[in-house]
Design a protein around this ligand. Structure first.
Ligand code: ZN
Length: 161
């Protein structure tokens, strides 16, 4: 775990505390019976405002291998989120006239709830994943694949719509 003392965007040190929620367990990290009676790991959740560039951000960085191990949140569990993503894609398709020669890139696409709509319209997508489990490939994008790690690596596969 790393505590950031400088802005993640501009590197400035004018970070003003906004809200401290204390130390909390990771969201969506569900313990099973084998995890008890081990104490559940907790991390500070402090929100700050950068007076230089106005970015609101948290100060703690949980290692990706800890944050995304056994990651169980899937955006597509919500029909509303999926429907909103489809509407968003319709708007972007109309305003940008995207097609098979374009590329849509999403960082941390979760389970592909958004990218699936581009694929369905024939637009290639690139999914840069942070989770150790490629949830997009497993859940929404299927054997059309998903792409390489966003952390410490580059894309190794391009999905074709
Ligand atoms: Zn800043």
């Amino acid at each position: 775990m790393t505590r950031e003392t400088r802005c993640r965007s501009c590197g400035g040190d004018a970070l003003q505390p906004i809200l401290s929620l204390g130390e909390l367990p990771l969201a969506n990290r569900l313990l099973d019976q084998h995890d008890h009676p081990q104490p559940e790991p907790r991390y500070p959740l402090d929100l700050v405002f950068c007076r230089t560039c106005a970015l609101v951000q948290i100060t703690e960085t949980v290692p990706p291998e800890e944050l995304f191990r056994d990651y169980v949140y899937f955006s597509s569990f919500s029909d509303t989120v999926v429907a909103n993503a489809r509407e968003n894609v319709d708007q972007v398709m109309a305003s940008r006239t995207l097609g098979k020669d374009d590329l849509v890139v999403e960082l941390a696409s979760n389970d592909g709830y958004l990218l699936q709509h581009y694929l369905a319209r024939g637009v290639p997508v690139l999914d840069l994943v942070a989770a150790t489990v490629d949830v997009a490939q497993e859940h929404r994008l299927g054997d059309r694949g998903a792409v390489g790690p966003a952390v410490g690596g580059g894309a190794d596969q391009l999905l074709q719509g």
